[in-house]
Design a protein around this ligand. Structure first.
Ligand code: NDP
Ligand code: GUE
Ligand code: MG
Length: 288
């Protein structure tokens, strides 16, 4: 069997195009553009590339991008003061503080300072709680993008066995919550799991968010299963995912590539969340 390759780039472009059309309607109705503030502390080159790409995607959608670049030695107090200003700024609908932050800054404290109703990353504990109880809030962009790709392959997710590899607050845990909300039977495996492939081999859906290049082997996948590879690993061989793509594609029914899979959907969902935030803040219905 050779898997269908899930084209994340095409899905992302379609979503961004839909959002851009709705943003035009929003601007005509309200006389203002939705705004996204992105904060980058330090000079990590990979982070700088992401922030540039986010700014471009924001402007391409007809929204305003406010980019704040701070030096690596910025204090927590200075960063918290900037977040407070962005919280109070009516032109800002979404706030994203690029992670990772330098080690001397308490990242949890910074995330906690963001107004949950501008938290388009969905990282604030209030939004994590809203997701857990099924209340309206912001869902982290990467798992939301993964869910959209999965729903294209499986219009009915209910009853499917899903295994999420990884339990981080920004990918694994919210991914498991979303799949549970869709009535999948969800298993989360992590570094202390005794038999990771014993679990993945049973799964109809495997979401890999481990951070280890090509960690998931081809024979860990059940024939016909859907594989979503969240991993972004820069190696000497270039950018690779957390799945051994060549081997897994021989077994899976559908699989996302890296690059061109989940990554572009993350940015498209950030644009979507920012548009939705602007609609909520102005009391107009979000249409997507
Ligand atoms: N495409 C995109 O838009 C995005 C991609 N990423 C990428 O996704 C990947 C995961 O990111 P993130 O969740 O932040 O990573 P973290 O490092 O925060 O979490 C990794 C998880 O994998 C688990 N893990 C580590 N080793 C093993 C193992 N041997 N067996 C089973 N589980 C293991 C860890 O377990 P434990 O908790 O026990 O330590 C942890 O829960 C990275 O490659 C990252 O670059 C991240 C965000 C967005
Ligand atoms: N507050 C915060 N929110 C985030 O959402 C966030 C973050 N911090 N820190 C870093 C991670 C990582 N992340 C990615 C976004 C897009 C691609 C992406 O577009 N990837 C392209 C390739 C890009 C390349 O070539 O490097 C692809 O997979 O095709 C990847 C990774 C968002 N993150
Ligand atoms: Mg992490």
């Amino acid at each position: 069997m050779t898997a269908t390759i899930i084209d994340g780039k095409a899905h992302a472009l379609a979503l961004r195009t839909r959002v851009a059309a709705q943003v035009a309607t929003f601007r005509a109705a309200t006389g203002r553009a939705p705004g996204l503030a992105v904060v980058l502390v330090g000079e990590d080159p990979a982070s700088a590339v992401y922030v540039r790409n986010k700014g471009k995607a924001t402007r391409d959608a007809g929204m305003e991008s406010f980019e704040h670049r701070l030096p690596a030695d910025t204090t927590s107090d200075v960063l918290l003061a900037l977040v407070a200003r962005l919280n109070a700024d009516p032109a800002v609908d979404g706030i994203l503080v690029q992670l990772p932050l330098p080690a001397h800054i308490d990242a949890q404290a910074v995330l906690l300072a963001i107004d949950p109703d501008k938290d388009v990353d969905g990282f604030h504990p209030v939004n994590a709680g809203r997701l857990a109880i099924g209340a309206e809030g912001f869902v982290p962009c990467t798992p939301l993008g993964c869910l959209m790709l999965l729903q294209d392959v499986h219009p009915h997710l209910a009853g499917l066995e899903a295994v999420v590899v990884g339990r981080s607050n920004i990918v694994g845990k919210p991914m498991a919550q979303l799949l549970l909300q869709q009535s999948c039977t969800v298993t989360i495996v992590h570094s202390r799991t005794r038999d990771v492939f014993g679990h993945t081999r049973q799964a109809d859906i495997v979401v890999a968010a481990v951070g280890i290049p090509q960690f998931i082997r081809g024979d860990w996948i059940k024939p016909g299963a859907t594989v979503i590879d969240v991993g972004i690993n820069r190696t000497d061989a270039g950018l690779v995912g957390d799945v051994d793509f060549a081997a897994a594609a021989q077994v899976a029914g559908a699989i996302t590539p890296v690059p061109g899979g989940v990554g572009p959907m993350t940015i498209a969902c950030l644009i979507r969340n920012t548009y939705v935030s602007a609609c909520r803040r102005d009391g107009v219905e979000a249409r997507l």
